[in-house]
Design a protein around this ligand. Sequence first.
Ligand code: NOJ
Length: 583
Amino acid sequence: MSFTSTAEAPSTTSGLGADPHWWRQAAVYQIYPRSFADADGNGIGDLRGITSRVGYLQDLGVDAVWLSPFYPSALADGGYDVDDYRDVDPKIGTLEDFDAMVAALHRAGIRLIVDIVPNHTSDRHEWFHEALRSPKGSAARERYIFRDGEGDAGELPPSDWTSIFGGPAWTRITEPDGTPGQWFLHSFAKEQPDLNWHNREVHEDFLQTVRFWSDRGVDGFRVDVAHGLAKDLPANLPSQAELDAIPKDGAHPLWDRDEVHEIYREWRGVFNEYDPPKIGVAEAWVDSARRPTYASAEGLGQAFNFDLLEANFDAAQFRETVTFNLDLAATSGSSSTWVLSNHDVVRHATRYGLPPKADGEDKAGTHWLLTAGTTPELQAEAGLRRARAASLFELALPGSAYLYQGEELGLHEVAEIPDADRQDPTFFRSPGFSVGRDGCRVPLPWSSAGETFGFGAGEAHLPQPEWFSRYSVQAQDAAEDSTLNLYRRALQLRRELQGADTLEWIELPGAGGPGPGDLGSEGTGADGSASEVLAFRRPGGWLCVTNFSEQAVPLPAGEVLVSSQPLSAEVLPGETTVWLREH
Ligand code: NOJ
């Protein structure tokens, strides 16, 4: 391994052990860097802020951090518009700060997964500038997806395609001679031109990027839009309606094409040059049957499953999701991933405090829930109670749990951001339809008072609501029953209890009314309420029991290890999870 110059000692993995399977059951904490901790007081969280909070992460008990983009960016899409893949945004630090952060994390026994964004660059990337300066048909244009427009003078876009963020997926450029020119494809915002992965130079450049960060000590990569890189656009483009009707079975022009895996096989070659090998986790919104290929040992190694995130707080949906995904992960030899919140969706405390999603509602619709003017009334307390139960359920599952900053504080979505302060391009590109994703990206409250609740000295880049005070780290640190201490206890136990990555569902007998429980035999309560209680046993003889109903049920026998609500009198309250050691 080679190291470029570092401020501190190079960040090796020594102290972390050489286990190549460290990721299989890791608890991974997602940091959205601009909203985590602001050390330099410019209102934007930074790498030195992260380094200053490594002790917090260590106390929390996470195994790894996934760091959302920290690269130079105009923040047209919160950093997922990258100007330069091999540098740090000066607004949030330097390469030396990055090295110091890696070293501090590793010293604390925490691995680092960085986000990589290969579907598109930003429109400020030097390649895109070169493409704009260069003529039609040039090698510089070939790195992106340029097309002539339709209409007599090419004044109409090449197709009627819409971008994922709303609005057209094609934007017209001005040619170097000043005349209106070609159009480029952007699956997301217009500041995010899609790369052309038929171009060998694009492959080589990303291999260089993977090596660059691997050499700097990162342990893995979260791959943004992993299912979108390989595209095959026919000469005559289908309409959006025709495109939507094409099955996504490996031959769709834009999504989840079979040849995308050739890219990840190349990356795997680089991953395996390191000891232990680097790990990749695919963000691939694909048909679940196609997920294992992304997660295979020849590919990235792991893929996000968002099924739990998309489920309501509902016993049947949770059980089906878990069984299905454990089986699915086994087909690729990977481990399953579990996610309840991330930077793209409404926080789960809030989702569970809003009316449940109707059957068949748009899969990615979770962040459309808070639509301007139509937000249903939030049941904040119930939402948090259910979120605590769901999180404790998630942390008991075999596989990796991906946690999103602030969920350990039980934070709700911030719904009250004035339009003038919003940043998310989905808000601007879908007027009146979605308020976007800023509500889960508000800077964290570290202390109960102070202008930015301890986030930093300057004005926070998104406004924090008054109620953040009650949810701050300071407010929760010493409070025994706080959500923060629930996560700390659960994460510590998770490490101690970790065994083989399997579970066995258990049927609970008579869950119809309060009274001491008994495990081991089949049966449901006379009133059927046992179907609202999920219980599973993990290797080593411990159980996770979740009561999804609003009514209390008998607490099953066993030593209570942790519970999401205070317990008394051998009763498992409604909407509560408990872990038990079997006698
Ligand atoms: C998925 C990322 O999670 C999201 O935040 C981003 O906007 C899109 N990919 C585009 O990069």
